[in-house]
Design a binder for this molecule. Structure first.
Ligand code: FAE
Length: 546
């Protein structure tokens, strides 16, 4: 089951697998012009990390934080090994596509489930989840008490499954998001750097006004404005020129084929096409997919001993490897990093981690709902899967509502929203020695402030329009999708569990560099802030710690 997608320096040939990884990326960005050429792979035939190996830097996870850390370290001349529990996502399935479509989930769609767990569980009152083969698929619907946390699994982390909304928080909100960080530095240097490297761009306004696939967003805008709420366009990491070609029928479709949640085959600039493509060109970074870190302890000779399970596609451990690293970056995402750290502290593997580990976890105030429109306000049978704007009532009502698609392929007369709210509730991860798992003490009732804040927008729109909430999407007669989050944040918060640059308190050479640094809320969708903070922190770490 050995898989290797990005090869280390000093190798000579191009393995079939890495070649496929490279061409897969290039096919996907064909419409990006010169960017594709820049992503060409300096590849070779190194295998995944070997038992007993020593590496200068080990990065746990290949999402936003991990990819930023690996790229900047490699550019500074450091050899890096990235360990990723999910799959490489570089090889087409039997349908010729790497990723499954949202409307026809299969084994590729979910992480080790035998039944789908769609965020919308019902349609017209009927359950829509279906049986699938158990497989190391791309979307993890991880269940904790009171909340299901959706996360991406694979090389590219959340960038593989997310909606691509690349939103920089308003400057005036930044102090509440990351109080110990210099906002001038972020807005002058690190947000621009993150946005440029992620390829964030806003939709062509003229095309937005005319294309069928954003009729749902135009309806959302019209109704918001009629109730006095501003509708704001937000950048995304979708290749807008590619989407125009999808609409013209000249290229294979992904956003216009409803692809989202289970990967995007063509137009979305996931990390595979941005940071990870840049990483390949350095020749200094190796990635081991289907490898899950289970332990980190001090090594007797200095540095750290890391225990890694190699996984089969049914999730079984095929080999357990022990390696050493001079420095270890935790970039396993808010949930992955928090779970590891509370385990390592509680089991005595890293006893000097401080008491802030596991704390200040939040859901970015996520809550979903749908509204039923009148028959004269159709939202369109063709809906681009990439949201392009939202309703901003943050200052007055603590809510920013993405006008989201319902890409079912049929006219639903529904408007659908994922609202990010200023929910103040924070949960904590703790180690449960009896079950050998990390628990999270979130309670479903803690979503009530989010519902109230979302209602500040949608009650008013319903009153203005003479419309009602949909009650058929999250169960029978259930209005609010209050059981989930797409945006886990916190658990190893900056300047609390770590110093002000992500150095874990208690241990030299251990770092956190992902969404767990952010205390629970970013006021907008989080990945630009995660990326920008990682750019800031790694710049400091490279300047001072290497
Ligand atoms: P993340 O990207 O989650 O990467 C962590 C990686 O570590 C994953 O690949 C894991 O498989 C891996 N990992 C975990 N544990 C281990 C272990 N023990 N050993 C080895 N590997 C491990 O972390 N955000 C936006 O800004 N805009 C959006 O439009 C948006 N839409 C979303 C839609 C969905 C359905 C979902 C699920 C998320 C969405 N997000 C969106 C959230 C965004 O993807 C998320 O905040 C970032 O991906 C988090 O980045 P991190 O680097 O923290």
């Amino acid at each position: 089951m050995d898989k290797e997608v990005v090869c280390g320096k000093g190798s000579t040939g191009i393995s079939r697998r890495t070649f496929i990884a490279g061409t897969g990326s290039i096919l996907g960005v064909a419409a990006l012009g010169g960017r594709a050429a820049a992503a060409s792979v300096k590849a070779a035939a190194a295998g995944p990390i070997g038992n007993g190996a020593h590496v200068p830097v080990l990065v746990i996870g290949t999402g936003y934080g991990g990819s930023v850390a690996a790229l900047r370290l490699a550019q500074a001349g450091v050899d890096v090994h990235m360990v990723e529990m999910g799959m490489a996502w570089d090889t087409p399935g039997s349908d010729g596509k790497i990723f499954a479509n949202t409307t026809s989930p299969d084994g590729r769609s979910y992480w080790l489930r035998t039944k789908t767990k769609q965020p919308l569980s019902n349609f017209l009152g009927f359950p829509i989840d279906r049986t699938i083969p158990r497989y190391t698929g791309i979307l993890d619907a991880e269940e904790f008490s009171g909340i299901t946390v959706y996360q991406g699994r694979g090389v590219g982390g959340g960038s593989l499954v997310n909606g691509g909304m690349a939103v920089t928080p308003k400057r005036e909100n930044f102090g509440a998001i990351l109080p110990s960080v210099n906002a001038d530095e972020m807005y002058n240097t690190y947000y621009p750097r993150a946005n440029a490297n992620l390829g964030a761009a806003t939709i062509d306004p003229a095309w937005f006004e005319t294309t069928d696939c954003y009729q749902y967003a135009r309806v959302g805008r019209k109704q918001a404005q009629r109730s006095g709420f501003p509708f704001v366009f937000v950048p995304t990491v979708y290749d807008w020129d590619y989407m125009k070609q999808e609409a013209a029928g000249t290229v294979p479709k992904s956003a216009l084929a409803g692809e989202i949640l289970y990967g995007n085959n063509y137009g979305k600039k996931s990390l595979q096409k941005t940071y990870l493509a840049q990483i390949k060109t350095t020749g200094r970074v190796t990635i081991s997919p289907q490898h899950k870190v289970t332990s980190v302890t001090l090594a007797s000779g200095g540095g750290y001993t890391v225990v890694i399970d190699q996984l089969s596609t049914t999730g079984d451990t095929t080999t357990t490897k022990t390696v050493t690293a001079d420095k270890v970056f935790f970039a396993a995402g808010s949930v992955g990093t928090s779970k590891l750290l509370v385990k390592l502290k509680a089991t005595g593997a890293l006893p000097n981690l401080n008491g802030e580990v596991g704390k200040n976890w939040g859901d970015n105030g996520n809550v979903m709902c749908g509204r039923a429109n009148h028959l004269w306000d159709p939202t369109g049978a063709l809906q681009a899967s990439i949201p392009t704007g939202g309703i901003d009532n943050w200052t007055a009502g603590g809510a920013f509502a993405e006008v989201a698609p319902l890409p079912t392929g049929i006219e639903t007369y529904a408007s659908f929203y994922l609202t990010i709210t200023k929910n103040p509730n924070r949960a904590q991860f703790t180690w449960n020695a009896a079950t050998g798992t990390a628990d999270l003490n979130w309670q479903t009732a803690w979503k009530q402030p989010s519902i109230d804040m979302a209602k500040s927008i949608f009650d008013k729109i319903n009153a203005t329009e003479g419309t009602i909430y949909r009650t058929d999407l999250f169960g029978v007669y259930k209005i609010w999708g209050d059981h989930l989050t797409y945006h886990p944040l916190g658990g190893a918060v900056l300047n609390k569990a770590t110093d002000n640059y992500g150095r874990l308190n208690g241990y030299t050479g251990l770092y956190v560099i992902d969404g767990s640094l952010i205390p629970g809320n970013t006021s907008v969708n989080p990945f630009v802030t995660i990326t920008a903070l990682a750019e800031r922190n790694i710049a400091k770490i490279i300047a001072t710690d290497l």
